[in-house]
Design a protein around this ligand. Structure first.
Ligand code: NDP
Ligand code: 8X3
Length: 251
């Protein structure tokens, strides 16, 4: 039987590359995001290119009701989810604590932390019932070390790290694997979103070195998902060669 992956935030960056990788390996995919056209055109292209089934779902992970409406009652043939990748997330702004916007903070916490919790809660019954499954949370090096002007984004990713530990403990009786992957700087739409469409500022983030690419992260997620049933990578920090951690980047 074909395996099923659910990946949130599949309209760009890591999520899109993850869906492409798994589809190319003949997994059926549930893909989600807010941008309807992007999610629907990716679904059509994965189906056409790889011959897999794709279920495109359009909702905001901050909206608890929408999350449960879309994921809580999946058609029976989609309920046997093998891998859940909690990837949808964002940073907004890079400002000192006293200057940062409360609205930006709230959006980051609501998306990166509460959204991840809603999605996990909504799909967990499909996994616990079968005593099988793998939850892969996308953290960040920002969830390993706190950096200057990273405040709420770093806090949200530290929360992802803590929630991953908590899930791994509480879900032990259900034989559910929980992995958190902490990527460093990666060239996606991330910085364009963080700097609110300022292409110059976003471009500078990746200037002068070869950053991680979305496909690098997708390959790592796929490797994680294909390990033997008794093996679980708990935490994985991955950076490009030019980056040592949140503080040291050789340009
Ligand atoms: P992108 O901006 O390219 O992708 C983010 C994805 O998340 C999009 O598909 C977006 O879809 C989705 N998303 C954002 N907010 C919401 C929401 N409220 N509801 C539903 N979907 C949402 O960035 P990345 O691929 O880089 O980011 C993916 C994850 O990786 C994030 O959690 C990010 O924090 C993390 N990360 C990124 C790093 C980097 O340097 N790029 C490094 C470490 C971690 P849409 O807009 O259609 O809703
Ligand atoms: C994204 C990487 O360094 O901008 O999570 O926090 S960083």
């Amino acid at each position: 039987m074909q395996k099923i992956i659910l990946v949130t935030g599949a309209s760009s960056g890591f999520g899109k590359a993850i869906a492409e990788k798994f589809a190319s390996e003949k997994w059926n995919c549930i893909i989600t995001g807010r941008r309807k056209e992007k999610i629907e055109s990716l679904a059509a292209s994965l189906h056409e290119t790889y011959g897999v089934e794709v279920l495109p779902l359009v909702f905001d992970v901050q909206d608890k009701e929408a999350v449960f409406n879309h994921l809580g009652n999946l058609p029976t043939q989609w309920q046997g989810i093998d891998v859940v990748v909690n990837n949808a997330g964002l940073a907004l702004g890079r400002d000192s604590f006293e200057m940062a916007s409360l609205t930006d903070w709230e959006t980051m916490i609501d998306t990166n932390v509460k959204g991840l919790m809603y999605v996990t809660k909504a799909v967990l019954p499909y996994l616990t019932e079968r005593k099988k499954g793998h939850i892969i949370n996308i953290g960040s090096t920002a969830g390993v070390e706190v950096y200057k002007e990273g405040n709420a984004y770093c806090a949200s990713k530290h929360a992802v790290a803590a929630l991953s530990k908590a899930m791994r403990i509480d879900l032990l009786p259900y034989k559910i694997k929980v992995t958190v992957v902490h990527p460093g700087a990666a060239e996606t739409e991330f910085s364009l979103v963080r700097f609110k469409g300022d292409e110059n500022k976003a471009g500078l983030v990746y200037d002068g070195y070869k950053a991680l690419q979305a496909v690098d992260v997708a390959d790592i997620i796929y490797y994680n998902a294909c390990l033997p049933a008794h093996v679980c990578i708990n935490e994985l920090v991955v950076t490009c060669l030019a980056q040592a951690n949140s503080f040291y980047l050789q340009k």
